[in-house]
Write a protein that binds this ligand. Structure first.
Ligand code: MN
Length: 135
């Protein structure tokens, strides 16, 4: 089964680009334009990975990350901040809020897909299998 990814992003162009890139790769994408809807979708769909914009309307991305981490079913899933914030300390703030990692915008379409994949288990028949000794 394809990994399910939740994208929380208010910018239409970014949302279309990320959705296009990841759906083309075979992922099951669901997206929200704001934090509250994103949290609702996360509860309903239990994604394998969450991509979280930090500059969001009404609810800041760091607060969204904290709220997601308080949901027991989502405590261990990767939350990757995707943001154009480039100020010193933002990476640390994202991690302190519960994010697993940080990808800077503008995203590079080629490396982005690989980066996202690195947070998920490899799809069947693709990538190298983990070292399995067939003795
Ligand atoms: Mn934004």
């Amino acid at each position: 089964m394809a990994a399910r990814i939740l994208l929380i992003e208010d910018n239409d162009q970014n949302r279309y680009l990320v959705t296009f890139l990841l759906e083309r790769q075979g992922y099951d994408l669901v997206s929200a334009r704001d934090g509250l809807h994103g949290i609702e979708l996360a509860r309903e769909r239990t994604p394998d990975l969450i991509l979280l914009d930090i500059q969001l309307p009404t609810m800041h991305g760091y607060d969204v990350a904290r709220a997601l981490r308080r949901i027991p079913a989502l405590a261990d899933i990767p939350i990757v901040a995707v943001t154009s914030y480039a100020m010193v300390g933002d990476r640390e703030r994202a991690l302190a809020a519960g994010c697993t990692a940080y990808i800077e915008k503008p995203i590079n379409p080629e490396s982005f897909v690989a980066e996202v994949g690195s947070f998920l288990s490899p799809p069947d028949g693709d990538c190298q299998a983990p070292d399995d000794s067939r003795s």
